[in-house]
Design a protein around this ligand. Structure first.
Ligand SMILES: [Zn+2]
Length: 362
């Protein structure tokens, strides 16, 4: 670990208050985060995030689009980011933007606008490659390049990460060690569902702190699911938000708040607000997932966001840090098993969901 990494790691593990330390953006932009993170009236705080990528970056069409050819597509990222900012403004909430480093390098002004509007900046890798297709050294290089592009554009420190296509799975848990070493405070890449491209259905459904085999720790904030029978059903973002009936989504939100007593974690992409985007060729499944319901996204998001208490992901992490960590540390962390051949066969969870729930709703 070099000295830069060491500095980031010690900051990351010991100093949440400094998590959003910044160099150019006015301090008050982020002080509000801290005040609201405390949960002034004790109510649940929800989280909203945007994976900042363009329509031709998505995994659904990656097999037909060479990354070297990305620059040949007509960019719609500025207009769609504006739509995103508009819907967030109308809903009176600020979000976390998980930004593709490739975009940050080409659109630094756009990234600065996000920071100045008071949104949290986080990392969504550089080239949008699923982590299980990378060697650890390739992932680290991609991660650092992406983070540096965002930080150099804005002067804001990046502490959150979401893998492309939620691709931290049993095959790529090693990535959590690299994130912690690089000073990331939290990850939002493990989707506790069954899916053909990603998912760890046995993973906890709520925000939790993971103790890694090396002894490092990192917070994990999964996207929302609702438990029906033995299944975790996702409802709070992407295609699930567009494809599932809205009455189901409303019910799932109510159940998460009232029965599970947990925050809702919503995610979406700027291209999901753009029904007129150029159509790409791909399998019927890819086209179904990518194009269905695009015209519904804006209204659905506005309804959900304007009725909740949605804030950036870092607020949720701070809330967990102050409310859950003391409880968890007094009993047990969520401990990952030692990786065998780089792969953890099972995720053992000695800290139960009940315990995490107690901490969160305390
Ligand atoms: Zn993505």
């Amino acid at each position: 670990m070099n000295s830069e990494t060491a500095t980031r790691s010690s900051l990351g593990s010991s100093c949440l208050a400094g998590a959003m330390e910044q160099r150019e953006v006015p301090r008050h932009e982020y002080d509000d985060f801290q005040a609201s993170a405390a949960g002034v009236d004790g109510a649940v705080v929800d989280a909203v995030s945007v994976d900042l990528e363009d329509y031709y970056h998505v995994e659904a069409f990656a097999s037909r689009i060479c990354r070297a050819g990305w620059g040949t597509f007509a960019s719609r990222i500025r207009q769609n980011t504006k739509l995103t900012l508009d819907v967030l403004d109308r809903s009176k909430c600020r979000a976390t933007f998980f930004i593709l480093g490739w975009i940050a390098e080409r659109e630094p002004k756009l990234i600065r606008e996000l920071a100045h509007a008071g949104h949290e900046l986080a990392c969504h890798s550089h080239f949008h490659r699923p982590l299980h297709t990378l060697r650890p050294s390739e992932f680290r290089a991609d991660l650092v390049r992406s983070r540096d592009a965002i930080e150099n554009a804005t002067g804001v420190r990046v502490v959150g990460f979401r893998a492309p296509t939620f691709s931290i799975t049993n095959k790529s848990l090693w990535a959590l060690e690299i994130l912690a070493e690089e000073g990331f405070l939290y990850d939002s890449s493990i989707f506790p569902i069954h899916h053909d491209l990603y998912g760890m259905p046995e993973a906890p459904r709520w925000g939790h702190r993971m103790r890694l085999p090396s002894g490092q720790a990192i917070w994990e904030i999964p996207p929302s699911t609702v438990r029906i029978g033995k299944m975790n059903i996702p409802f709070g973002g992407g295609g699930y938000l567009r494809l599932l009936p809205m009455p189901f989504t409303r019910w799932a939100i109510r159940r998460t708040h009232r029965q599970d007593r947990q925050p809702v974690v919503v995610y979406f992409h700027p291209w999901e607000l753009d029904p007129d985007q150029p159509r790409l060729t791909g399998s019927w499944k890819s086209r179904l997932r990518h194009y269905t319901g695009l015209h519904k996204t804006e209204n659905r998001l506005h309804e959900i966001l304007s009725r909740g208490r949605f804030q950036p992901m870092i607020n949720l992490v701070r809330r967990l840090e102050t409310q859950v960590r003391p409880l968890v540390e007094s009993v047990a962390d969520v401990v990952l098993p030692r990786f065998e051949h780089g792969v953890a066969e099972h995720l053992h969870i000695p800290a139960t969901e009940e315990m995490l729930k107690m901490g969160q709703s305390a």
